[in-house]
Design a protein around this ligand. Structure first.
Ligand code: PEP
Ligand code: MG
Length: 579
């Protein structure tokens, strides 16, 4: 029987294929007593499970592609080491004998006590190791429970050409899956501007989030159609639907091909206002997509992805190497390297530095620049690498999540120290490298005119600006309905930022996802924005709209919208400008 399920379409595109289900749900642990006579058998069952877990990990490690961009092997090796540790191999056996309990129960007792010890540790790195323990234990519990699959592992071979259905996916999972050639994904949780959704758009993978309770209705290998435009998944579609969606796929392809004709055209409104249009990237590998669309600069390079899916921190040389690759590919065009924005939904290097899942409200906690200023071990190698890279091309450095001048002064002082260090070491850097700041905390938007004189450029990060202005978690589908770029408060803050920067003659851009949404381009032009940085998939579409717009009248429209209180009226006005 064919039917459809509805969620939130977060990455446009259509995919047709077989479902691959990823289940992160914890296994239910049964607890029962084992008669003395059967204790040896129970121990043997546990030891077999350990051996199977080891085999699974080895087989996963063998299948890591040679060209993997992330240190997957180190991640698997850490789990293999844990499987050799007596804490997980010997102690549960002692517990089986001591309490005459089943293997699952013994393992659970031991896992709980290890995790308790780790949680009590002062050192945030060690405290965060509990995630690894939990993952290894879950693997063994699943085997004891009788699951024969090797569970979701990023290097799962069967991912190619499938449509992944999962409860939730981290940005790290998404990178792994893209590497393995998935066609699309759908999750039960997640919001429009979660980093997972942003990655999907950036990687061009059709995606739907917020498909609550989809799991019971969809089976592995079911054929589905993912409509990332409408946020609908069609399960076991009939021939007519398949024909219709195949036709839509062909149309989409034709539309993309037609768009590529404007690749080399300048970005300029019909009445001659030049607009800067740059691209957002996450990896040096994204430069291929930038080249494909003809992007002539990077307005946001999210460097935190260098920290994901690995157990060790990248050192200065690794940073430098990544930045150099981007700079070389740009051939003299500008790149805006944003310093590490780790924390909240970007849990990287096992959240070792930001308290991980034990933090009640990570989006308001030690994230981005707050974390970097607290952890020089993270920050300094990156700053050194950015400064050194500045000698190779047009590099600009941008600081995320700043909420006031004080943080900027602190960063400037560290940068100054590093410059002195580099000079002493006779290492080259650009002493005039532009230094910029993101406007993504309401405090910063309100005070843009006060902060702008101290920086060389600014960029509005609407993903966070909206989250913090409207007090809604950008990754939570339950409040996604409130996530509205057209909320008068958001529009007023954007206007304040643009005016504040312009007043003191500082360039301001927008690199949040609002800039990548074709519906808002004319409104943003009307609000005075002259520089956009967008994801590679949206680039040509945004360029087309800019090139088809007349500045005349847009400022008046924007003014009218700023004075409108009802969101429905704002949407109507927007339709008029977009007509
Ligand atoms: C933003 O907040 O708009 C932004 C561009 O940063 P990120 O999405 O990486 O938080
Ligand atoms: Mg942000």
């Amino acid at each position: 029987m064919s039917f459809s399920l509805h969620g939130i379409g977060v990455s446009k595109g259509i995919a047709i294929g077989k479902v691959h289900i990823i289940n992160h749900d914890p296994v239910e642990v049964n607890e029962y007593c084992v008669p003395t006579l059967h204790l040896d058998k129970e121990v043997a069952r546990f030891e077999n499970a350990l051996a199977t877990a080891r085999q699974q990990l080895l087989s996963i490690r063998d299948r890591i592609p040679k060209d993997a961009t992330v240190d997957i092997a180190a991640f698997i090796d850490a789990h293999l080491l844990m499987l050799d540790d007596s804490l997980l191999t010997r102690v549960p056996i002692d517990l089986i004998h001591e309490h005459q309990c089943n293997a699952e129960w013994a393992l659970k007792m031991q896992c709980d006590s290890i995790i308790q010890i780790f949680e009590g540790m002062e050192d945030p790195y060690l405290s965060a190791r509990k995630n690894d323990i939990a993952q290894v234990v879950t693997r063994i519990q699943r085997i004891l429970h009788g699951y024969t699959d090797i569970e979701f592992e990023p290097v799962e071979a069967e991912l190619a050409n499938t449509i992944v259905l999962a409860d939730d996916l981290s940005p790290a999972d998404t990178i792994f899956m893209q590497h393995h050639g998935i066609l699309a994904f759908a999750t039960e949780y997640g919001g429009t501007t979660s980093h997972t959704a942003i990655l999907a758009r950036s990687l061009g993978i059709p995606a739907i989030v917020g498909l609550r309770r989809a799991h019971p209705y969809i089976q592995p290998d079911d054929t589905v159609i993912v409509d990332g435009f409408a946020g609908v998944i069609f399960v076991s579609p009939d021939e007519r639907s398949l024909r219709y969606y195949r036709m839509r796929q062909r149309e989409e392809k034709r539309y993309r091909a037609a768009l590529s004709k404007i690749k080399t055209a300048p970005t300029m409104t019909r009445d001659g206002t030049p607009i800067t249009l740059h691209v957002n990237i996450e990896f040096p590998e994204d430069m291929a997509a930038v080249k494909r669309v003809g992007g002539d600069g990077i307005g946001l390079y999210r460097t935190e992805f260098l920290f994901m899916n690995r157990q060790t921190l990248p050192d200065e040389e690794e940073h430098f190497d990544a930045y150099s690759r981007v700079i070389r590919a740009l051939k003299g065009r500008p790149v805006t390297i944003r310093t590490l924005d780790m924390g909240a939904d970007k849990q990287v290097v096992d959240s070792r530095f930001h308290g991980g899942s034990s933090v009640t409200n990570p989006a308001l906690g030690l994230r981005a620049i707050r974390l970097c200023l607290k952890a020089p071990k993270l920050f300094k190698p990156q700053l050194r690498a950015i400064l050194r890279a500045s000698a190779l091309g047009q590099v600009r450095m941008m600081i995320p999540m700043v909420c006031g001048l004080q943080e900027l002064v602190q960063v400037r002082n560290i940068v100054e120290e590093i410059r002195t260090e580099l000079s002493i070491q006779s290492l080259k850097f650009n002493p005039d490298m532009p230094f910029g700041v993101m406007v993504e905390v309401p405090a910063m938007a309100i005070c843009t005119d006060l902060v702008a004189p101290y920086v060389d450029f600014l960029s509005v990060g609407t993903n966070d600006l909206i989250q913090y202005t409207l007090a809604i978690d950008r990754g939570d589908e339950a409040v996604n309905y409130l996530y509205d770029p057209l909320h008068p408060a958001v529009l007023r803050l954007i206007k304040m930022s643009i005016d504040g920067a312009t007043k003191v003659g500082k360039p301001i851009s927008m690199c949040g996802e609002m800039a990548s949404d074709s519906r808002y381009v004319r409104l943003l032009l009307g609000l005075g924005l002259r520089s956009f940085s967008v994801n590679p998939e949206a680039f040509l579409e945004i360029k087309k709209i800019i090139n088809n717009s007349n500045m005349k009248g847009l400022a008046r429209f924007a003014k009218k919208i700023l004075k409108t209180s009802s969101q429905a009226d704002i949407a109507d006005l927007l339709e008029t400008i977009n007509a």
